[in-house]
Design a protein around this ligand. Structure first.
Ligand SMILES: C[S@@+](CC[C@H](N)C(=O)[O-])C[C@H]1O[C@@H](n2cnc3c(N)ncnc32)[C@H](O)[C@@H]1O
Length: 276
């Protein structure tokens, strides 16, 4: 019999099974990276093939939680791509200074470093008191860590450098307390942030936003899902609201280019031109 590669077929079956059993829909995630992560788990579970993994996933909820973690790449940093933050500070915030209330949504916030960076920047520009930040992810484990606001001290010198490059006015250490090997961000920052589970694949908009930050999330989705999520942001934003994507991410269609104008192409900052 002719040898054929059954992995793509088995992966389809697995994604259908996960959707049927747990309601999580990964069918429109970027195929190459999803296959790679599934095969990694097959090897590390000492299974012979993807089909064996389907049975395990369907019958073992704890194993599914492991799978869920595999599907969620939570790599992040404070002031990641600092010049993007600088641009937001100098350009977007100029507009925000004329607003009485500011809503910001960090979609796919991972362990929260990005949202604390935003809160610090708002504080330094005198905007935090009128701001509400929403930080969402579908990974509950990451959200728990984000909510705690506790991070390893070993990253802080790198974050301090990023902070300065982003236009930081003080010392990053002014915003946290150190205990042993860890730091915890101050309550003054945390009280402006709401952390919540939100799945970009199926959940709806939940408030009117002035800025949506969704960086390094769309790269894990296929074109169809990217367009769905961009539509969701379009529905979430106030008219002339801002959208910031990751360095490798774009609007990807003529339809989206009709809904958003580019504010800064290099830093992937867009503005909604047709929001309600
Ligand atoms: C690489 S991190 C990006 C973190 C941060 N935005 C940054 O740029 O540093 C990607 C995050 O997207 C989240 N994510 C992936 N699929 C998601 C979905 N369907 N709904 C919500 N979050 C999702 C992952 O759990 C992960 O925390």
């Amino acid at each position: 019999m002719k040898e054929i590669d059954t992995v793509p077929f088995e992966v389809n079956q697995l994604l259908e099974a996960v959707y049927f059993r747990y309601g999580y829909d990964f069918r429109h995630y970027a195929r190459e990276s999803i296959e790679r992560r599934i095969l990694y788990r097959v090897v590390h579970s000492e299974l012979d093939n993807v089909s064996q993994m389907i049975a395990k996933l369907v019958h073992e909820p704890d194993y599914f939680n492991l799978f869920l973690n595999d599907m969620s790449v939570t790599v992040t940093d404070m002031f990641r791509d600092p010049l993007v933050f600088k641009k937001i500070r100098t350009q977007v915030f100029l507009q925000f200074k004329t607003y009485s209330r500011i809503n910001i949504w960090h979609a796919g916030c991972a362990t929260g470093e990005e949202v604390y960076a935003m809160a610090i920047m708002l504080e330094e520009e005198g905007l935090l008191d009128r701001s509400q930040l929403y930080a969402t992810d579908f990974n509950n484990h990451s959200l728990t860590l984000a909510k705690e606001g506790i991070y390893s001290q070993q990253h802080m010198s790198k974050y301090q450098k990023n902070y300065k490059k982003s236009g930081g006015k003080n010392k990053l250490a002014d915003y946290y307390h150190t205990k042993h090997e860890h730091i915890k961000f101050d309550q003054e920052l945390r009280q402006h942030i709401t952390f919540a589970n939100h799945n970009l694949v199926k959940d709806k908009e939940f408030a009117q936003m002035h800025l949506v930050m969704c960086r390094n999330v769309l790269i894990y989705f296929d074109h169809q899902l990217q367009q769905r999520v961009l539509n969701l942001f379009n529905n979430s934003l106030v008219d002339r609201g801002y959208l910031v994507l990751g360095r490798e991410e774009t609007l990807g269609s003529a339809k989206m280019h009709a809904l958003f104008e580019s504010v800064d192409a290099k830093y992937r900052i867009y503005r909604c031109t047709a929001c309600v």
